[in-house]
Design a protein around this ligand. Structure first.
Ligand SMILES: Cc1cc2nc3c(=O)[nH]c(=O)nc-3n(C[C@H](O)[C@H](O)[C@H](O)COP(=O)(O)O)c2cc1C
Length: 191
């Protein structure tokens, strides 16, 4: 018989969804709450305790700077034939609609293989995402092609890499079921 604790986390995991900026309401996410959510991220597992996750949190006026930067990177790194003004505008808008946008950064220590640092950082993001969802804040992980050019803007060191952005906001989305192929296709039992 599953415990109440298990039922609670099962519910949180199964109800976490990607929630996109068009559904965000514009309500402010207090800095204290963001810190609590990031504290959950900081509890992620990590080989040799390298704790490679780093976060650059954009909120309030910081969102304006990020919006301009991402739009400008899109323009600079897209050929004139492929450039879409609509995409340029939506790149800005989705940042400006967010309560916060968090740059997800992995810091490579050299003590373990890079893939382990990336995996640990992804564990931290999942903790953040689950915690945010439980606090009624929607979010999604965005990994635009431009992230490889964002290092200077974020002030990253040589051994650091941006793995994307976590967009966040209070929202008015209705719950929806997860879209996943059946688990049975993904398990082989050896008994
Ligand atoms: C590493 C990673 C990068 C992702 N990058 C993007 C992205 O750039 N754009 C996007 O729409 N979804 C991206 N996603 C997927 C969504 O955030 C989301 O998980 C997916 O749409 C499935 O929805 P669900 O989580 O509600 O089931 C990414 C997910 C991960 C784990």
């Amino acid at each position: 018989m599953p415990s109440t604790r298990f039922k609670t986390i099962q519910h949180i995991i199964n109800h976490r969804r990607a929630i996109f900026p068009p559904s965000y309401t514009g309500q402010t996410i207090p800095k204290e709450l963001l810190t609590e959510l990031l504290d959950c991220a900081n509890a992620a597992p990590t080989h040799k305790l390298t704790q490679p996750w780093r976060f650059v949190v954009f909120r309030e006026r910081g969102l304006l700077r990020l919006a301009d930067q991402l739009a400008s990177l899109y323009k600079t790194h897209t050929s004139p034939e492929q450039f879409l003004h609509k995409k340029f505008e939506s790149t800005r808008d989705k940042v400006l609609r967010s309560g916060a946008v968090i740059a997800i950064v992995a810091s490579y220590s050299g003590a373990v293989p890079q893939w382990e640092e990336i995996a640990a950082t992804a564990c931290a993001v999942q903790n953040l995402w689950l915690a945010a969802s439980a606090a009624d804040i929607g979010g999604y992980w965005s990994s635009p092609g431009t992230i490889e050019h964002i290092g200077d803007f974020l002030g990253l060191a040589e051994n650091e890499e941006c793995l994307g952005f976590f967009y966040m906001g209070y929202h008015d989305d209705l719950p929806r079921p997860a879209n996943r192929r059946p688990l049975v296709e993904k398990i082989r039992w050896e008994e």
